[in-house]
Design a protein around this ligand. Structure first.
Ligand code: B12
Length: 211
């Protein structure tokens, strides 16, 4: 990682707003990939999470970190290159699952999917299984994305996948966020897991090619 990007991670971890914004502007003006800036911020959020687990930070610091991340995203989002594909768009329904309200990562995934030309229906946060089911019926989407950062979100993902199957809907499902991994993917019965927003785009591309 370049010095500027490391600086972003450290400034976000330390919740130093002025230093963070300066480091982001410096990186972007020297030609850094906007996605590398997002990744540096994500690493900074991991520092925040670690300090929270160690009781050095509390919920107020989590809230502050989220606000800092949002202000970086306001600068980065316009720089993500938009797709000029005018053809029919693959539809994706996505939301943060029941009992979980973390949405920063989901919103990055949505921004990347939209830039890549997909039609995304964002259900928001704390979304119960039946809302996913209803939206898929309404839109005829063939791909469902579920985001969740809390461990308890894993059972909501499992319930959502079961509800989609019980409703007889033939969709590909993908999960992501925080502590999800391949093992969680297998456990909850999803078709794919993505580590970051680019992997989410790749999953959607693969799913839409086979469907
Ligand atoms: C910011 C934050 C908050 C903010 C969230 C604000 C918001 N608008 O989202 C607030 C203050 C609300 C919050 C609340 C809580 N939080 Co919190 N939070 C965090 C923190 C520090 C950062 C999360 C984040 O935004 N990361 C940055 C984004 C970019 O990363 P990401 O979400 O992983 O997303 C990327 C990928 O995962 C992927 N991705 C994401 N979604 C999807 C979806 C698909 C389909 C795909 C393919 C990919 C994908 O792409 C994204 C871009 O690269 C984490 C620490 C951490 N290490 O993550 C704790 C953390 C998640 N929180 C935690 C906790 C405990 C809580 C609270 C319970 C605290 C409390 N006592 O109230 C509440 C829970 C509220 C609830 N019911 O959800 C714990 C969870 C522990 C656990 N095992 O369950 C963590 C891990 C902190 C810790 N180390 O203890 N939190």
């Amino acid at each position: 990682m370049s010095d500027d990007l490391t600086h972003i991670t450290v400034a976000l971890g330390d919740l130093e707003e002025d230093e963070l914004i300066e480091a982001v502007e410096q990186s972007l003006s020297s030609g850094a990939d906007p996605l590398a800036v997002v990744e540096a911020c994500r690493a900074g959020m991991e520092v925040v999470g670690k300090r929270f687990s160690e009781e050095e930070y509390f919920v107020s610091e989590l809230i502050c970190s989220a606000e800092l991340f949002q202000s970086v995203m306001e600068k980065v989002t316009p720089l993500l290159s938009a797709s000029d594909d005018e053809g029919p768009k693959t539809k994706v329904v996505i939301g943060t699952v029941k009992d979980d309200i973390h949405d920063i990562g989901k919103d990055i995934v949505i921004a990347m999917l939209r830039c890549s030309g997909y039609e995304v229906y964002d259900l928001g946060i704390n979304v119960p299984p039946e809302e996913f089911v209803n939206k898929v019926k309404e839109t005829d989407a063939k791909i469902v994305g579920m985001s969740g950062l809390l461990t308890i979100a894993f059972s909501s993902m499992e319930e959502t996948i079961k509800a989609l199957k019980d409703a007889g809907l033939s969709v590909k499902t993908m999960i992501g966020g925080g502590m999800t991994n391949d093992m969680v993917c297998e456990k909850v019965g999803a078709d794919g897991w993505g580590r970051d927003a680019m992997e989410a785009v790749n999953l959607v591309k693969t799913f839409s090619e086979v469907s």
